[in-house]
Design a protein around this ligand. Structure first.
Ligand SMILES: Cc1cc2nc3c(=O)[nH]c(=O)nc-3n(C[C@H](O)[C@H](O)[C@H](O)COP(=O)(O)O)c2cc1C
Length: 342
């Protein structure tokens, strides 16, 4: 009993302090310089952001199963292999680490596409390089101790057909037809369909082909979906009809340097465009839901969906099948002269 009273006292005091802090923040917004410095020194949300970035970097360095560096390096090898003219020897600064990651990850991710791809690229690399130092021979031997050459290679650089598979008008019509739908029927979207759309979403370009994002899918329990949606303010008036939702996060443990801290944001949002279009092509409608950065709320949602503390929430997405007579907004767009210098 005593401890409950004590806990409540702490919680209430904390709430009062946050409110007081927010009020000062609001008051100071009238002065550019003072407000800037106030935020610089005191704002918890900025503090939380850089704490998460730094802890993500440490996690990246210490996690032996972190495949982001491996993916990045294999992609760097690919770029070296397709470069014209190709250098006799390249990747001297990262080939050792790449082989070591290949060996470590091969045990845990055996026979996955990621390992097959990396194996074939490394195999091609070792077959192409010339005039390399002796220590590379040792590295090569350790690679071939675990790598067996495939009869047919599937994951190597190639010359594409460059043929247009879809014309611009068809593409434009498809995009125009993709509207934000906000009223859904009760049907759940199957795992199969969502996985199909995710596989298409993964085709989006990503920095160094790392794909530094993750989709947390909730498509089974209406109550849980509603609890997740309650973390965002953007579903007022229509959220109750949502039976499936997704939380998209950027991985902060996917890079080794703070300069790359937004890589996951860019990768994630690019893949999201592919994802919602892929869903549309499968008959599933969607509406993006704004995520307002608030470190306290973010922490709670990450915990709820069992995401990592180093994940950064980018957005939530309502998906499903439209209810009968569900209307969509016209939402006129800016013309090209507004969104470019042309
Ligand atoms: C980052 C982002 C956040 C959004 N947040 C919300 C939201 O919180 N609530 C909502 O009803 N729609 C939201 N939308 C949907 C936009 O309102 C919608 O995409 C825009 O008005 C264009 O309309 P259309 O998608 O129907 O063509 C969001 C869209 C984006 C890209």
């Amino acid at each position: 009993m005593k401890s409950i009273v004590h806990d409540n006292f702490i919680k209430n005091s904390l709430k009062k302090f946050i409110l007081f802090f927010d009020n000062i923040n609001l008051f100071l917004q009238n002065n550019n310089l003072i407000w800037r410095w106030f935020n610089y020194i005191f704002d918890y949300s900025f503090f939380q952001e850089y704490t998460n970035v730094i802890s993500g970097i440490f996690s990246y360095r210490n996690d032996e199963d972190n495949y982001f560096e491996y993916r990045r390096n294999i992609h760097r090898l690919e770029k070296g292999l397709i470069s014209y003219p190709r250098k006799d020897f390249f990747a001297s600064d990262y080939i050792r680490k790449t082989v070591s990651l290949f060996i470590t990850l091969s045990e845990k991710h055996e026979k996955t596409e990621m390992i097959k791809w990396g194996g074939e690229v490394l195999n091609l690399y070792f077959n192409c390089i010339k005039n390399y130092p002796n220590e590379i021979e040792i590295l090569k031997n350790s690679f071939y101790k675990i790598y067996r050459t495939e009869k047919k290679s599937n994951y190597l650089p190639y010359i594409p057909s460059f043929k247009n598979l879809i014309n611009h008008d068809q593409l434009g019509d498809f995009f125009k037809n993709k509207k934000s739908v906000r009223y859904f029927n009760e049907n759940h979207v199957s795992d199969k369909i969502i996985k199909k759309a995710l596989n298409t979403a993964s085709l989006a370009p990503s920095g160094c082909n790392r794909q530094t994002y993750e989709y947390y899918v909730f498509n089974k329990k209406y109550k849980f979906v509603q609890e997740v949606l309650n973390f965002s303010a953007g579903t007022k008036g229509w959220g109750k009809t949502v039976h499936n939702c997704i939380v998209l996060v950027a991985k902060l443990d996917a890079f080794n340097h703070k300069n790359s801290r937004h890589a996951g944001h860019v990768d994630g949002i690019l893949s999201l465009s592919y994802f919602i279009l892929a869903l549309k092509s499968l008959g599933v409608e969607s509406c993006l839901i704004n995520w307002v950065d608030n470190p306290i709320v973010e922490k709670k949602l990450l915990k709820k969906i069992k995401a990592k503390i180093n994940d950064k929430i980018l957005i939530t997405i309502a998906i499903g099948y439209p209810s009968e007579n569900s209307q969509v907004a016209f939402s006129s767009r800016l013309e090209s002269n507004y969104i470019s210098n042309l």
